[in-house]
Design a protein around this ligand. Structure first.
Ligand code: C2E
Ligand code: MG
Ligand code: MG
Length: 761
């Protein structure tokens, strides 16, 4: 299963994005954590600064408060009543008399001071006392009994000025009192520290501040445990031993922003997200694996489909092939008729199922007359078309239940089973012969083709396929022998004729070796003045058993038996040797017939001609080779080049039996012919038949126009000779002038001619 390129690119891009998403997210979360941490730190710093400023403002207020109180205590110590008291004391005044009054006055002043100094309506000094240098309490605004003094104690060694003594929850301002340079005691003012602290420091402080304490030399006046997560700021209270320390617990947004928990929470969130990404990635990769497996299995399925398809195709091909093989084995490829093997199969089936005594199986062997000649002259393609048409006509002539098979070449078999009367076979044969009465049209020619039919009837002519076929063949041979275009029923005598042919073949094979072949020569003469200009060599066979056999009877057999090349070579060699002797008597032109079979191996043939000419000494230009139209119509490059090769040797070429081969005239120009021989069938009806006259004139005019010599064959009377002479036919050959004769007879004629006539130039 192939993936489209675009889709593939898209999925690759998605995959990359998915792979990048994890690290990108991690990076993003780390960045977020970092930024949050920094922001949190900055925020905390600025928040702390804000708290610091706030606390310092409160410390300043407290400092101012204490400075004012110091001023208060100084003012009080400067009061004249105190001076008056110590003056009186110095004067030795007793308590009962003057001193008490002074004390009362001082006490009143102190009380007034204590009551007058308020903060938010509440007295600032909880107690003002005067402690004598001997540590006894002279005066005290509190109800506590004089003489009792608890720490803190003022520093008696202090050089002067207000001392702030802080201890536990007590803050005391101590002002030493000097009279005439002597320390007479201390004015001690107990500051309502809680009030001051509450109103100046604590009240209005940032609500976030959970606790503010005052420290004295590092110790809290109101000690409390520090709590974690708080912000701790300190501020010095100027001109006092105090220091403020505030502990803040961030609340709400601030607490969230500054809290470590938020970072931890964020980190935890990041962790969750990362874990989530990892899980998603894992699921995705599992999905990938699943998808991959799915794709793999789809591919696998597709592969199986493909293999299945291929298998199916292979099976179909095989079936087709088998069908084709069966067809080839049983049918003829050209005509589509059953072939010999199927025909024979059906014949044996018909014979074996022939049960009733009144039934016959008729076997016809049909052979096209002179098909070989048609094939030779028109070529194999035209021959094939003709066979197809002949097959069609045969099929049209028989019943559906009959079988028409092609046995090979131009031979057909017709099987007619279940026939009731012998006469029916004759009727069908007539029908077949009539079917061939219409002309065949092929290669732009219209011509007539006849058939010969041999009939054998089972069971009397044989009850097995081979015997029946053999006997039908004998009947066919007889039909051919007796003029063709006819039918013959098998008879016992026919068998004898066949045996005779076979006997002839057996004899022919030894004819050359047994010197039974010989040549006769038929002179070729000038028409106008019948001097012999040459002769045609004609083959004869004299057999002790058969007697003299004409070439028409044995040359086709030689061609069939494949001995024509050997025999043809012998003819050429004999005739050339003979002609070279005649050539000494005067110019002599030898014509030799060449079978088309001899031209099938051109190189060998050219070599043979060359060597024979060399041996005989006959000039090449005095040898004329006669070929039929088949050779030129085949138009193969081999034949063309071979004829050109012969021409190059200097040998003359002649077209024999011109007009009988239904040939095209174009080849006369195309091939290097020197001579045209008008067939005796055209000469036969001259000069009385108008058609023959017109034809002879036309052939002569055409041949002369092409620069060819013309030899008229088969001249049997003076009228024919005279007519041809009047038509300027060049040469003639026929019984009227000379019959074919032995070499010796021609030698005599040529010798006589040589002495009588002057030699032609
Ligand atoms: P062809 O080449 O056309 O030879 C001429 C035939 O016409 C000869 O028959 C000849 O005897 C016959 N003829 C000549 N003048 C007359 C006449 O006035 N009247 C009649 N009715 N016939 C006449 P032949 O010798 O029987 O040869 C028959 C054919 O056999 C030749 O026809 C030729 O095609 C073939 N043939 C003969 N010898 C050879 C040979 O050596 N090799 C090959 N391949 N074919 C040969
Ligand atoms: Mg000839
Ligand atoms: Mg001829």
């Amino acid at each position: 299963m192939s993936q489209p390129a675009g889709q593939y690119r898209l999925s690759t891009f998605k995959d990359r994005l998915a792979r990048l998403a994890g690290p990108l997210l991690i990076l993003y979360m780390l960045l977020l954590l970092g930024v949050t941490y920094l922001a949190q730190r900055d925020f905390q710093a600025s928040y702390t600064t804000q708290l610091q400023l706030d606390l310092e403002k409160r410390a300043a207020a407290l400092s101012y408060f204490y400075q004012e109180r110091i001023k208060d205590i100084r003012t009080l110590s400067g009061d004249s009543a105190l001076e008056a008291y110590f003056a009186n004391e110095a004067l030795g005044m007793s308590m009962e008399y003057g001193l008490r009054a002074s004390l009362l006055k001082i006490g009143r002043i102190m009380r007034e001071k204590a009551q007058a100094t308020t903060l938010g309506g509440l007295p600032v000094f909880s107690r003002i006392a005067f402690m004598h240098a001997d540590s006894s309490i002279l005066l005290d605004t509190s109800n506590e009994s004089p003489g009792v003094w608890r720490s803190p104690k003022p520093d008696t060694q202090s050089p002067g000025g207000v001392q702030i003594i802080a201890d536990d929850h007590v803050v005391v301002l101590s002002q030493p009192y000097l009279y005439k340079g002597q320390n007479k005691g201390f004015l001690l003012a107990f500051v309502n520290h809680d009030l001051a602290f509450r109103q100046l420091v604590y009240e209005g402080s940032t609500p976030a501040a959970s606790r503010i304490v005052i420290l004295v030399e590092g110790h809290p006046v109101t000690p409390a445990a520090r709590r974690s997560g708080s912000i701790l700021v300190q501020a010095q209270v100027r001109a006092t031993p105090f220091k403020l320390e505030a502990q803040y617990y961030p609340t709400g947004m601030t607490s969230y922003l500054t809290s470590g928990w938020s970072s931890a929470l964020l980190a935890l969130l990041t962790l969750f997200i990362l874990v989530g990404v990892a899980i998603a990635k894992r699921i995705r990769s599992q999905n990938y694996i699943l998808f991959g497996r799915f794709e793999e299995s789809a591919r696998h399925r597709e592969l199986l489909h493909q293999q299945n398809r291929q298998l199916q195709e292979e099976i179909h091909k095989r079936q087709d092939y088998e069908e084709q093989l069966t067809r080839q084995a049983n049918f003829d490829g050209l005509t589509n008729l059953p072939n010999r093997s199927l025909g024979m199969e059906r014949l044996s089936l018909a014979l074996s199922s022939m049960q009733r005594a009144d039934e016959f199986v008729v076997l016809l062997l049909v052979d096209l007359d002179r098909f070989k000649k048609v094939n030779d002259t028109l070529g194999h393609a035209a021959g094939d078309r003709l066979l197809i048409e002949a097959a069609r006509r045969l099929l049209d002539s028989v019943r559906e239940s009959d079988t028409v098979a092609r046995l090979g070449g131009d031979e057909f078999m017709i099987l007619m089973p279940g026939l009731k009367q012998r006469e029916s076979a004759g009727l069908i044969c007539r029908k077949i012969l009539d079917g061939f009465s219409l002309p065949f049209v092929t290669a732009n020619y219209e011509f007539f083709l006849t058939t010969s039919i041999g009939v054998a009837i089972a069971p009397e002519d044989g009850d097995d396929p081979n015997t029946l076929l053999k006997n039908a063949d004998i009947a066919l041979y007889k039909a051919k022998d007796e003029g063709r275009n006819t039918l013959r029923f098998f008879t016992a005598e026919m068998n004898e004729r066949l045996k005779a042919r076979q006997g002839m073949e057996n004899l022919l094979i030894h004819a050359l070796a047994r010197n039974e072949l010989f040549l006769v020569y038929q002179p070729v003469v000038c028409v106008a003045d019948p001097i012999i200009i040459g002769a045609e060599a004609l083959l004869r066979w004299r057999n002790p058993v058969l007697g003299l056999v004409q070439p028409d009877h044995f040359i086709p057999l030689c061609e069939d038996m494949g001995i024509i090349e050997e025999i043809g070579e012998w003819v050429l060699s004999q005739a050339s040797a003979q002609a070279s002797q005649w050539h000494r008597l005067g110019p002599f032109r030898l014509s030799v017939n060449i079978s088309s079979v001899q031209l099938r191996s051109p190189s060998r043939f050219l070599e043979v001609v060359g060597s024979i000419l060399g041996r005989s000494g006959l000039p090449a230009s005095n040898l004329e080779l006669e070929v039929t139209e088949r050779v030129v119509l085949d138009d193969s490059s081999t034949n063309q080049s071979m004829l050109r090769g012969l021409d190059a040797l200097g040998v003359r070429l002649s077209i024999d039996d011109f007009g009988t081969g239904y040939s095209a005239l174009g080849y006369l120009k195309k091939f290097p012919f020197d001579t045209l021989k008008i067939d005796k069938s055209f000469v036969h009806d001259l000069p009385h038949d108008e058609g023959s006259v017109a034809l002879a004139r036309a052939i002569l005019a055409m041949a002369h126009a092409l620069g060819l010599d013309v030899i008229a064959e088969g001249i049997e009377n003076a009228d024919q000779a005279e007519f041809l002479s009047s038509q300027h036919c060049d040469f003639a050959q026929g019984y009227f002038f000379h019959k074919p004769m032995p070499a010796a007879a021609l030698t005599q004629l040529l010798t006589a001619q040589a002495t009588i006539h002057a030699r032609p130039a």
